[in-house]
Design a protein around this ligand. Structure first.
Ligand code: HEC
Length: 103
C-alpha cells in the first residue's frame, strides 16, 4: 500500500515536470513565431516605403544594381538634400536602407 502511494506521487510529480517543460517550450515557439511575424511586417513596411518613396523623382532603381555599401552612400550622401528630406524622413530612409541591404 505504502509503495503504491509513493508510486502515485512519483507519477504526479513527473507529469507536473512534463507540464512545466512543455509549457516553456510552447512559450519559446510562440515568441519566435512573433519575432518572425514582426520581421515579415517590418520587411513589408520597408519594401512599401522603398517602392513609393524612391520612385518619386526618378524611376525605381534596380535593387540588385548596388551593393550594401553603395546603398548606404547613395542614401546617406547623395540624397541628403533638402529636396529629398521633403519626401523622405530620416527614419524612413533608415528603414529603406535596411530593406535594400537585406535584399
Ligand atoms: C527628391 C527627389 C529624389 C528622391 C525622393 C529620391 N531620389 Fe534618387 N536621385 C535623385 C536625383 C536628383 C538623382 C541624380 C543625382 C545624381 O546623379 O547624383 C538620384 C539618383 C539616384 C540613384 C543613382 C545614383 C548613381 O550613382 O547614379 C539611385 C540608385 C537613387 N537615386 C536611389 C534612390 C533611392 C533608393 C531613393 C529612396 C530612398 C531615392 N533615390 C529617392 C533624386 C531623388
Amino acid at each position: 500500500m505504502k509503495s503504491r502511494t509513493t508510486y502515485t506521487i512519483m507519477i504526479v510529480f513527473l507529469l507536473f515536470i512534463q507540464q512545466v517543460i512543455s509549457g516553456c517550450s510552447t512559450t519559446v515557439t510562440k515568441n519566435s513565431q512573433k519575432d518572425n511575424l514582426h520581421k515579415i511586417e517590418t520587411g513589408l513596411v520597408s519594401q512599401n516605403l522603398y517602392q513609393s518613396k524612391c520612385a518619386l523623382c526618378h524611376e525605381l532603381p534596380d535593387i540588385n544594381e548596388y551593393s550594401s555599401d553603395e546603398w548606404t552612400s547613395i542614401i546617406d550622401n547623395r540624397h541628403n538634400t533638402k529636396a529629398a528630406r521633403k519626401f523622405i524622413t530620416i527614419e524612413e530612409a533608415e528603414k529603406i536602407k535596411g530593406y535594400l541591404k537585406s535584399m
